[in-house]
Design a binder for this molecule. Structure first.
Ligand code: AHG
Ligand code: MN
Ligand code: MN
Ligand code: MN
Length: 333
């Protein structure tokens, strides 16, 4: 078979795929490829720890409240350490923004070209009850001179400047899904071989869907426009699926069609999800797969960050479903 066909065929390893895609990148000098490999390595380690959490007494609370005001789980902390360590050893990254660190973590080695924003473990409330959880990451190129002191403009970049983004879902199978701006590809982990294999080449989200994901427990805190959209979903007998792990709901909606909404609420006026390490990464993937991601008024990727852990309302999924929510919002505003 022709070389390019080989690299896009199901079953090729992640390493082989990255290498082939790097060859396609005329100016790629290999650092981004190495960075993606470093992330995959950390994912394999976190996957093993996730699968044995109940045995190695690393489930449960770590006993510390993070800057989000959440009770940090041990696996939140462990996953954070694993990704930090893999990325600092890899040498391609100069700074990391993490949900689990109050401030930006700057590496001593300042020669790295990239900045990574990461949610090391998404869906922490599901760790102890054996429900799918994930990791979400965004990769940016630093904009100030390599080797110099990291500056705010390296960290506060809009999502539309992402070089790559992706997620790992630790579910019935463990998958890594990522984009470098040339489509979305999904890899399934084979633990017996310690390799990710291409299983979902060139992923495209259905333009419409029958599934909606939202925490209706806080329905009374939703605005009128959203309430009327939810009534519409019920009148159409759509399927309600809400896992409590954004990565898992997003992944299912990407494959089957659907919409995930975490809106502004009276107690969380900017919603719950964080722009830098949740919304931006999934918005990049969504758009690369023909789906849409909005904060209710703007494209997520166009939002200019002003603070590290800022929250954003998130409406993300099949284009026709998101467009309908936005149209209803307009009618009510
Ligand atoms: P994290 O565990 O990284 O803090 O993120 C949890 C997020 C998201 O994964 C999930 O969809 C949402 O929080 C669930 O929030 P509610 O429990 O408020 O519905
Ligand atoms: Mn959290
Ligand atoms: Mn999260
Ligand atoms: Mn998290």
């Amino acid at each position: 078979p022709d070389q390019s066909g080989l690299a896009n065929s199901v079953g090729v390893t992640l390493d082989r795929f990255i290498k082939k895609k790097q060859d396609d990148f005329t100016f790629a000098s290999g650092e981004l490829s190495q960075l993606l490999r470093d992330i995959a390595l950390a994912a394999k380690i976190v996957n093993r720890e996730t699968n044995r959490a109940g045995l190695s007494r690393i489930s449960g609370s770590f006993g510390h409240t993070n800057i989000q005001g959440e009770d940090q789980q041990k696996l939140d902390v462990i996953a954070n350490i694993r990704f930090m360590r893999a990325l600092s050893k890899g040498g391609e990254v100069c700074a990391i923004i993490s949900e689990e660190d109050d401030e930006v973590v700057e590496f001593k080695n300042k020669s790295g070209k990239y900045v990574v924003a990461i949610d090391p473990l998404d869906g922490s409330s599901n760790i102890d009850v054996n429900v799918s959880i994930g990791t979400i990451f965004s990769i940016y190129r630093r904009v100030t001179p390599i080797g110099s002191q990291i500056r705010t403009e390296d960290i506060m970049q809009a999502g539309n400047t992402q070089v790559a983004s992706g997620y790992i879902i630790y579910g019935s199978s463990t998958m890594l899904v990522y984009t470098t701006g040339r489509g979305v590809n999904g890899f399934t982990y084979e633990p017996s071989l310690g390799e990710f294999f291409l299983s979902h080449p060139d992923m495209k989200a259905p333009q419409n869907g029958e599934i909606y994901s939202i925490n209706e427990g806080i329905y009374n805190q939703f605005d009128e426009g959203l309430k009327s959209y939810l009534q519409l979903c019920k009148s159409r007998k759509l399927c309600a699926r809400y896992i409590g792990s954004l990565v898992a709901d997003f992944h299912r909606n990407l494959l089957k069609g659907g919409i995930y909404i975490y809106p502004a609420t009276s107690s969380l006026p900017n919603g719950k999800l964080r722009l830098l390490y949740e919304a931006n990464a999934l918005a990049f993937i969504a758009e690369q797969a023909g789906a849409v991601a909005s904060n209710g008024t703007n494209r997520i990727l166009d939002v200019m960050p002003t603070s590290l852990h800022q929250r954003t309302p998130l409406i993300i999924g099949s284009k026709k479903m998101v467009d309908e929510v936005l149209a209803i919002n307009n009618k009510f505003s």
